[in-house]
Design a binder for this molecule. Structure first.
Ligand SMILES: NC(=O)c1ccc[n+]([C@@H]2O[C@H](COP(=O)([O-])OP(=O)(O)OC[C@H]3O[C@@H](n4cnc5c(N)ncnc54)[C@H](OP(=O)(O)O)[C@@H]3O)[C@@H](O)[C@H]2O)c1
Length: 207
């Protein structure tokens, strides 16, 4: 399509800044939010933190609760045809062999450990945070401790890192609360460097 592609995109696409960790996806302009609810028919959620060792609270709020916020937004879109959610193949962990595309069911750990409960996970991270603040931990100490907590919780239930654990919990929440929303969950494997810009092979972050 060449240059006409840019024209087509600029006619069809409107950019709206937002934040999926917030209610209403962080869109503060009421008229705009109303227009989105009236006009949007397909929602594609790619937003995530893909850092394997992200702080547990940050990763949970974005990859788990953020997925739910996008679902809630989709539910009030009058013309909604589909919610497409980007997950990852690694919600299935790092096992070898044939792995079927089985949904992540609420509370089901990869290693069979019982007791995975999202409310409890939230409580654990909040309590850890308060404990660190009470001890007057520095910002850096809090970050390190919250990163450690994520890895520890992920490993307890059989996932290799915080990223895939919080993505798996996002899938669980979507599955449990989707109601009659047409939901598609895609689980790509690994997509890394850019095709052209800023130059071929560019990778953002540590991969
Ligand atoms: N790359 C892979 O190999 C791979 C494999 C499997 C699945 N996936 C999934 O594919 C999706 C995209 O991955 P990617 O590699 O393109 O990641 P990425 O380059 O890190 O892109 C993530 C995007 O999410 C946005 N974002 C972060 N926090 C947000 C928030 N609170 N509200 C709204 N947007 C927010 C970021 O915007 P800013 O840049 O403005 O922060 C960024 O554009 C993710 O869901 C990921 O889990 C990726």
């Amino acid at each position: 399509m060449g240059s006409s592609m840019n024209t087509l995109i600029s006619e069809k696409v409107t950019l709206v800044p937002g934040d999926i960790t917030c209610e209403n996806l962080g869109v503060k302009d009421c008229n705009l939010a109303e227009e989105m609810r009236r006009e949007v028919d397909i929602v594609v959620n790619l937003a995530a933190t893909t850092k394997f060792d992200e702080r547990y609270d940050v990763s949970f709020n974005l990859n788990t609760m953020g997925a739910k916020n996008v679902l809630d937004f989709s539910k009030v879109c009058a013309k909604l045809k589909m919610l497409l959610h980007l997950s990852t193949a690694y919600v299935s962990g790092e096992r070898g062999g044939l792995i079927l595309e089985k949904p992540c069911c609420m509370g089901e750990a990869l290693n069979g450990t019982p007791g995975l409960d999202l409310d409890m996970e939230k409580k654990i991270m909040e309590e850890r945070f308060i404990e660190l603040q009470t001890k007057e931990a520095t910002e850096q100490e809090i970050t390190l401790a919250m990163k450690d907590l994520g890895i520890q919780r992920a490993k307890k239930y059989g996932w290799p890192n915080t990223y895939v654990f919080t993505k798996a919990m996002g899938e669980m929440l979507l599955g449990q609360t989707k109601g009659n929303i047409p939901l598609v969950i895609l689980r790509p494997t690994i997509i890394s460097s850019t095709y052209k810009e800023p130059f071929p092979g560019w990778v953002e972050g540590i991969r």
